[in-house]
Ligand binder design. Structure first.
Ligand SMILES: Nc1nc2c(c(=O)[nH]1)N[C@H]1C(S)=C(S)[C@@H](COP(=O)(O)OP(=O)(O)OC[C@H]3O[C@@H](n4cnc5c(=O)[nH]c(N)nc54)[C@H](O)[C@@H]3O)O[C@H]1N2
Ligand SMILES: Nc1nc2c(c(=O)[nH]1)N[C@H]1C(S)=C(S)[C@@H](COP(=O)(O)OP(=O)(O)OC[C@H]3O[C@@H](n4cnc5c(=O)[nH]c(N)nc54)[C@H](O)[C@@H]3O)O[C@H]1N2
Ligand code: SF4
Ligand SMILES: [Mo]
Length: 701
């Protein structure tokens, strides 16, 4: 009989970085449980981690390169695949120039150390400006606010949830998502602990969410109006003279500007706009400002709206003016073992904005990439620098970016496409060649990014559990091979050697860090709670927090125009506002091929309030047609009073009915794609981020 062993690793599926204890034989998983000795997660896991074994055994997963031919997909050798891809990159660049090659990198990139470390040199070897990632359908406004206020696009203030007395959660549902830009495994228990120690948690969301159920209070808000609420909260803080500069008193620019501009947003003026009464807004502001410590956390629902940039700025301002920026119990900056922010003192890579504009829609560059809103039109619009070839890496933009059908038709028109992915899915089916990679249990992991966003300073390296087969390649091996072929220079370092190189610069050297040292600590290393770091940590030229950057002040004009519009608007053609949601057993668009995760009752439903359902005369479970100005889907409804009236919700990441994919279980649980309704050119024009929270739709039976 095979011997049974225990393996310890970090789950790579979401940002929570849960420690796993996996009982296994040489080729099989026996059980996947939470690792009680993991310093950060202390035994917590969610159902997705258990499905890592399904991913490992999935028969639909690709193991060898495949090529699309007139007679369907055929297996080819790695050599043939690499030859084909490099020849096409070179010939397309010779014919049309460097920028004719577009790339899109998706979310799992950030959960994959190989893609993180070998992605940049690969991008450099292509040398194209046409770079896109999932950032611009996600956290771009956070980066924008950090760059403008703190001088570094990765300097995110992280809620100190284990010590705070008051947490205001806006546009995030961490009880399901397990937290984002806040690595805090077992968020639900940490939230309950706030209440247990006498604190409070308030959720502001158009849906009464799983997080709301655990909170002390919930306020429904009309989608897309959070910037007004934040301005009113700040207004009250100043009006009641509850502001404090605290330890940052000599390190703040723009204080008086903020104080005077918020005068225009008293709660009475914006109450109807946001859908929360003025008294409740005032009380919320008072509680926030008078709690010993407090923190406002705004996440995806705040970023992916028309004023995403303003929202993330105002979240930081609210924390700052109440003395909760860079303080224990407020929002703090991290200092993990591999400190990519700290290392920028050497590399000087602190982020950039608007150094150039996209060709078709004139959208601003951010830190070397363009907003994905323009990608389809960059492929479809003739002219110099038109994208003729796409490279997708760990991304499924047909499902995950607004107006997926438009992108689909754009991908069909390409001269050539290569996908580095594990599945033949809605996006990769458009490729000429798919280069499949190892994933999950077959890979090693060091979370370069999520240690940087964690509520404690930590380090952990996970070794691969199962050895890859002879035919398989790791992501980093594929990128390394392509980079060598394109640049003509071979990188002498492998994955562990590259990581070792970075560990030399670690903040913590007791014990001296190396991959070998980290392997001795399979439950991770904990360097304690976050500590205040300002002003030293700032990257702004004058070492001050920029509270009133002119770009935000100018963008307020756009917000004020919106205010007038909202005061006079009726949306009779599209009377409902559509938002998304996430499910505990779903991970963006790509984990629906696990039976364990998709079984049970239909989850891709349209949530609607009972009064709205009554008005429309529709019954629970009935199929309805939902139409926006870009598309239409048919979906069963689920009546629930957890929705705000006038707002409906479809979960993000479904829509696996498209022909020509090879994800058999997902195809049987297809659902519909939320992004067949959202509009690619509906944007937060300040940052270029997608605005899909609050898409206008009509519903018919
Ligand atoms: N309307 C709406 N749209 C949204 C959202 C929403 O809430 N509403 N959410 C947005 C957010 S937050 C995000 S992050 C994006 C996600 O957008 P994407 O990153 O484009 O989509 P994913 O669904 O994460 O797709 C990941 C792809 O990576 C592949 N993959 C998985 N593991 C690996 C691996 O180890 N190596 C490689 N090479 N490939 C791998 C999968 O097969 C899949 O094709 O979607 C965004 N889009
Ligand atoms: N189980 C699971 N976990 C995941 C993922 C997953 O797909 N499944 N995806 C991962 C990824 S890539 C990310 S980025 C994170 C995201 O993690 P979260 O930021 O927690 O994202 P969501 O769960 O989509 O929550 C967004 C919330 O915003 C609300 N909302 C929508 N519009 C508005 C608005 O205009 N104003 C306000 N105030 N609220 C609004 C929605 O109702 C929803 O409750 O989750 C990660 N974790
Ligand atoms: S919460 Fe996230 S990291 Fe933790 S087990 Fe679930 S998917 Fe993995
Ligand atoms: Mo995301």
């Amino acid at each position: 009989m095979d011997t049974i062993k225990n393996h310890y690793r970090t789950c790579n599926l979401c940002e929570a970085m849960c420690g796993l204890e996996i009982k296994h034989t040489k080729t099989d998983v026996i059980s996947i449980k939470g690792d009680k000795n993991d310093d950060l997660s202390k035994g917590h896991i969610c159902p997705k981690a258990v499905a890592l074994q399904d991913l490992y055994h999935d028969k639909d997963r690709l193991k060898t390169p495949i090529k699309r031919t007139e007679n369907g997909w055929i297996d080819i050798s790695w050599k043939e695949a690499f030859d084909d891809v490099t020849e096409n990159i070179k010939s397309i660049q010779t014919k049309y120039g460097k920028n004719a090659i577009g790339s899109y990198r998706g979310n799992p990139t950030v959960h994959n150390i190989g893609l993180m470390l070998f992605g940049t040199p690969f991008m450099q070897s292509i040398g194209s400006n046409q770079k896109y990632t999932a950032t611009s359908v996600d956290q771009l406004p956070h980066h924008f606010a950090s760059l403008m206020m703190f001088g570094h696009y990765l300097m995110f203030p992280i809620p100190d949830i284990d010590r705070t007395d008051f947490m205001l959660i806006m546009g995030g549902n961490p009880a399901v998502s397990n937290g984002s830009i806040m690595t805090a495994p077992d968020f639900s228990n940490r939230l309950k602990a706030i209440k247990k120690r006498g604190g409070e948690v308030v959720v502001v969301d158009p849906r009464f969410t799983e997080t709301s159920k655990l909170a002390s209070q919930h306020h429904y808000i009309k989608p897309g109006t959070d910037a007004f609420l934040l301005l009113a909260l700040i207004h009250v803080v100043f009006e009641k003279k509850l502001e404090t500069k605290g330890h940052l008193k000599d390190h703040l620019n723009g204080w008086d500007t903020i104080k005077s501009l918020v005068k225009a947003y008293p709660p009475e003026k914006i109450a109807n706009i946001v859908g929360i009464d003025a008294k409740a807004i005032t009380e919320l502001a008072l509680k926030f400002a008078t709690s010993k410590t407090a923190v406002c956390y705004g996440r995806l629902g705040l970023s992916t709206q028309e004023f995403g940039g303003l929202c993330q700025w105002l979240v930081n301002v609210l924390n700052c003016i109440t003395g909760n920026l860079d303080t224990e119990g407020g929002a703090l900056f991290t200092k993990p073992a591999i400190d990519i922010v700290g290392m920028s003192k050497m590399t000087r890579k602190t982020g950039s904005f608007n150094k150039r504009q996209s060709r078709v829609h004139n959208l601003p560059e951010f830190t070397g990439e363009f907003p994905v809103a323009t990608l389809a039109d960059e492929i479809l619009t003739p002219g110099e620098d038109q994208i003729k070839m796409m490279i997708t890496i760990a991304g499924n933009p047909v499902i995950s970016t607004p107006n997926g059908k438009h992108l689909e038709s754009a991908l069909e028109s390409l001269e050539y496409m290569v996908a580095i992915d594990i599945y033949l899915n809605e996006t990769t089916k458009h490729a000429n060649i798919i280069l499949p990679t190892t994933t999950g249990l077959e890979t090693s992991l060091y979370d370069l990014v999520f240690h940087q966003f964690a509520i404690r300073n930590t380090a952990k390296y996970s070794e691969a559990l199962f050895e890859k087969t002879e035919e398989q390649r790791h992501d980093w091996e594929i990128l390394k091979e392509l980079t060598t072929r394109l640049s003509g220079q071979e990188n002498p370092l492998n994955l562990e050697q590259t990581l070792d190189y970075m560990l030399q610069f670690s903040t913590y050297q007791d014990p001296k860090l190396s991959v070998a040292e980290l392997k001795k600590h399979p439950h991770g290393l904990d360097y304690g709670q976050l500590k205040p770091q300002l002003p030293e940590r700032l990257f702004t030229a004058d070492k001050k927090v920029e509270l009133a950057h002119p770009l935000f002040i100018t963008d307020l004009d756009r917000l004020n125009t919106k205010l007038l519009q909202l005061e006079n608007e009726s949306n009779s053609a599209y009377p409902f506002s559509l938002i998304g949601r996430r499910g505990l057993r779903s991970n963006n668009s790509w984990m629906h091929n696990s039976k364990r995760l998709v079984k049970g009752k239909e989850r891709c439903t349209l949530l609607i309030h009972s009064k709205d359902a009554n008005t429309l005369n529709i019954k629970d479970g009935q199929d309805v047609t939902v139409t926006s100005n870009v598309g239409q889907v048919k979906i069963p409804i689920e009546i629930t009073d957890s929705m705000m009236q006038g707002v409906v919700s479809i979960p993000h990441g479904w829509g696996h009915h498209r022909k020509g994919t090879s994800i058999s279980i997902a195809q049987n649980h297809a659902g519909v794609s939320l992004n067949d309704l959202t509009n690619n050119i509906q944007l937060d024009t300040l940052t270029g981020n997608a605005d899909f929270s609050g898409t206008r739709v009509k519903i018919e039976d």
